[in-house]
Design a protein around this ligand. Sequence first.
Ligand SMILES: Nc1ncnc2c1ncn2[C@@H]1O[C@H](COP(=O)(O)OP(=O)(O)OP(=O)(O)O)[C@@H](O)[C@H]1O
Length: 308
Amino acid sequence: MIEIRNFGKHYGDFVAVENLNLKIGAGEVFGFIGPNGAGKSTTIRFLATLLRPTHGEATIAGHNVTDDPIAVRRSIGYMPDMFGVYDGMKVWEFLDFFAVAYEVPRNQRKAIIGDVLELLDLTHKRDDYVNGLSRGMKQRLCLAKTLVHDPPVLILDEPASGLDPRARLEVKALLKELRKMGKTILISSHILTELADICTSIGIIERGKLLLHGPIESVYRKIQQHRRLELRFAGDPAPGVSLVRSDPHVQSMQEGPRGVTIEYSGGENEVARLLHQLVAGKVGLLSFADKEPTLEDVFMMVTKGLVT
Ligand SMILES: Nc1ncnc2c1ncn2[C@@H]1O[C@H](COP(=O)(O)OP(=O)(O)OP(=O)(O)O)[C@@H](O)[C@H]1O
C-alpha cells in the first residue's frame, strides 16, 4: 500500500534522510520510531505530497507521490505534527470544510460528519467553536478530519504528542478501531510504549537512516538473543553472583543489594540451564525472571548497533 524507494532529502549540505526503502502492506499499522530530528516528519511530509525529494520516489495505493499528488491525497488522511484550527468555526463546519475540499458529495456530507463525530466521541461538541476546544479535543478533531473522505491510508505524525495519559489511551483505542476497519496506518512517535501494542510492524530511524524495519515479531525475535534476566537471592547474594559470573553468555551484570540484573546472550536452552544450575547450586535463589524485551529495549539495542 505504501512503497518508498531510495528516498533522500538534503538541505544544502545537510542530509536529513538518506536512501530510505520501505514497503508497508495493506492493513498494516507501521510504527515509525526515532528520536527528535531523526527524519520522521521529513519522510512523512514527502509521503503526504508536501515535500520534494532530493532523490527517490514513493507510491501510495499505486499512485506516484511526486507525479500524481492529487490521487495520492485522495488515498490518504494526513495528520501533521503541528496543526492549526480555524478561528470562528464550529466543529461540524471544520469537518464540512474538509469534506468539501475532498469533494465528498453534498448529499453524503451530513451523514459522514455525523459518523466521524460519533467515532471520535465528539458528537456532543458538534456546535462548539473549534478554538475553544481543549488540546486533546483539537487533536481528536484533527484525526477526525483525516477520515471524512474515507481514505484507505492514514499517515499520522505524532498524533498523541502533548496529550495527558488519559487522552493518549483514547487515541490508542481509536487507532485500534481504525486498524479493525482495515485502514493501513503509518504512525510516528518517539514514545515507544504508545506504539508497542498497536503496531504490526515497525521501523527505527536515526540520523536520517532507517536502521531496522519489519514485522514486530521478527524484530523481537532478532533481539531474543539479548534478553534481560533479573535474579533475586535470599540472604547473601555472593554465591549466586559468582555462579552467574561464570556463565559465558553473561554480557553485563548490574549488582543490587539483593540480586543482579544481567544482559544475557544465550537462547532459551541456555537460560533454562542457568536456572537449573542456580537451583542445584543451593544459592538461595528467591526469584528468576526472564524479561521479555520491550520496544524500548529494541530501540536502545538497534541505536547502539547491537542488533542489525
Ligand atoms: N526546512 C528545513 N531546512 C533545514 N533543515 C531541516 C528542514 N526541515 C527539517 N530539517 C532538519 O532535518 C532533520 C530531520 O527533521 P525531521 O523534522 O524530519 O525530524 P523528526 O524525526 O520528525 O523529529 P521530531 O521527532 O523532532 O519531529 C532535522 O535535523 C531537522 O533540523
